[in-house]
Ligand binder design. Sequence first.
Ligand SMILES: Cc1cc2nc3c(=O)[nH]c(=O)nc-3n(C[C@H](O)[C@H](O)[C@H](O)COP(=O)(O)OP(=O)(O)OC[C@H]3O[C@@H](n4cnc5c(N)ncnc54)[C@H](O)[C@@H]3O)c2cc1C
Length: 498
Amino acid sequence: MKQAGSTCDASEEWPDSHLYAPLTERQGFPMLGFSNCMALAQNTLYDLKQIVGAENVLTEAEDLIPYSFDGTAALQQMPGCVVFAKSTQETSSILKLANQTKTPIVARGSGTGLSGGSLPTAGCIVLCLVKMDRILELDHANLTMLVEAGVTTLHVAEAAATAGLFYPPDPGSMKISTIGGNVAENSGGLRGLKYGVTRNYVMGLELVLPDGEVLWTGNKCVKDVAGYSLKDLFIGSEGTLGVITKVLLKLIPKPAAKKTMVATFAQMDQAAQTVSDIIAAQIIPCTLEFLDRMTIHCVEDFAKVGLPLNCEALLLMETDGHPAAVAEEAAQMEALARKNGALELRVAEDEAESNRLATARRSAFSALARVAPTTILEDATVPRSELAKMIRFVAAVAQKYQLRIGTFGHMGDGNLHPTFLTDERNQEEMHRVEEAFKEIFDEAIRLGGTITGEHGIGVAKKSFLPKFAGEAQMRVMRELRRVLDPNGILNPGKMFDV
Ligand SMILES: Cc1cc2nc3c(=O)[nH]c(=O)nc-3n(C[C@H](O)[C@H](O)[C@H](O)COP(=O)(O)OP(=O)(O)OC[C@H]3O[C@@H](n4cnc5c(N)ncnc54)[C@H](O)[C@@H]3O)c2cc1C
C-alpha cells in the first residue's frame, strides 16, 4: 500500500545499495586508493590557473587529500584538482571551461555534508567557494542580507545579530558550514520547528549554470509569482543543477526573550509524550531536541556541561518571543514535562547557561564520533505523531542486529538521527549496518515519513531514492537535470546516475 505523502511502497525490496559494503564494492562510487588519482589534462590545468591564479589551484596529492571526503563516513575519492573561485566571473569561466572540456566539476563549501554530496568524482575539478565569503549588503528597510556563497552560517547569524536582527537556520555545523552548502542541501537546524529551514529564508539566488551563464532568480519582494519559482528548484538541488554564488537572505526581528530548559525522563515514551502534549497545547517552541541515553553519556563525557546522567531520555526545550509569552509557554512546558514524570527539570539561569545547553546538543555528533572508528549518522524522518514508535523501532533494530546506535535529533520536527557507532574495517558488521538501515528506512516510510529530512541524497542514499520517489518523480528530476546540464558535468553520480 502506498503511504500518504510518499510515492513509495514500503513492501518492495530495497535495492542492494552496498553503501556500507567493503570499500571496493560500492555501487557507482568505488573507493579508489590515492594511486588511482586521475590527472586532469595539462592544458585544462593551465587554463584554470589563468582564470584564478596558480595559487588558487591545488594539484599535489597531499593538498588534495583534505578535499577527497566530506562529513560522510567511509567515502573517499581523490579529485584531479581543487580550484578556489573568488568571484562570480571566475566561477563562470571555470564552468565554461569544464563544460567545453566535459570535465566533471563538484561544488564544495566546507565539506560538512553527511550524504557524500561534495565527494569528488574521480579526477574532477573540486570548485571550492570558501574564498567567496563576503557579506555584501544588509538592507534594514527590507530586512534582507546579500551574501556570497562561501560565507559561514555563523558569520551570517552574527552579522544579523549585530544589526539587531535574526537569521534563524542553525544547522549543528553552523560554525563552519557555508550558506551555499546550506542552500544546496536545504539544511535544517535546531530551530526548525518554529522557524522552518533554509528555504524559508532564501529570497533570491545568483547561480552559474553548467555552461557558465549567470542567472539571478528571486528578489527583495515579499510577494512575487512571476513565472516558475526557479529559486525553489535550485534550493536542495545538491550542486547538480548550478553553482550558487550569491544568496539574498531574509532576516526577521530578533525575539525579545528566550528561555531554555532541560528535562530528563526514565523512559523514552515519557519524553515523546511530552513533545506530543506540548504541540497539542498549541505551543510551538523554537527548539525541542532529544538525546537518548547513549548520546547523553557521550555528550557529557565530551562537553562536560553537567547533564544529568541517570535517565533514558533528555529533552532540550527552548521558547522565544515576547517576554510575557515566553514566561507563560515555559511554565506550560515545565508543567507538561512534570505531568509526564520528568525526573529533573533545569531552567537555564542566563544566556551563558542557555548557550552551554544548546552547545551540548550541537556537539552530539562529534561526541558520538569519538566512541568508534566509524560513525554513520542518518536522518530518517517521520510525522511527529509517529516519533515514539520510530524511536522504539530504532532501539529494536539495534538489538536485532547487535549494533550500537545512539539516537538524537530534532524531536519537534520528527527528524531523528540514529547514529551507528561501528568500524568500516569489519565487513560483517558493515553488512549488518546496511541491513539495519534498510529496515529503518522501510519503517520511516511505512509511518508516512521520508528517507532524509535534511542531509540530502548525495551518494549515500541515491540507491534508495527511486523506491521512495517513484517513477514519475524520478523521470521529471532526470529530465530537468538533462535540460540544465546536457553534458552532465555538475556533480555527476549524485542523487541519481544520469
Ligand atoms: C557535526 C555536524 C552537524 C550537522 N548538523 C546539521 C543540522 O543540524 N542540519 C542539517 O541540515 N545539516 C547538518 N549537517 C550537515 C551539513 O553541515 C549541511 O548539509 C551543510 O549545509 C553543508 O554545508 P557545507 O558548506 O559544508 O557544504 P558541502 O558539504 O561542501 O556541500 C554539500 C552539498 O552542497 C553542494 N554545494 C556546496 N556549495 C555549493 C554551492 N555554492 N553551489 C552549489 N552547490 C553547492 C555540494 O556539491 C554538496 O552536494 C551537519 C554536519 C555535521 C558534520
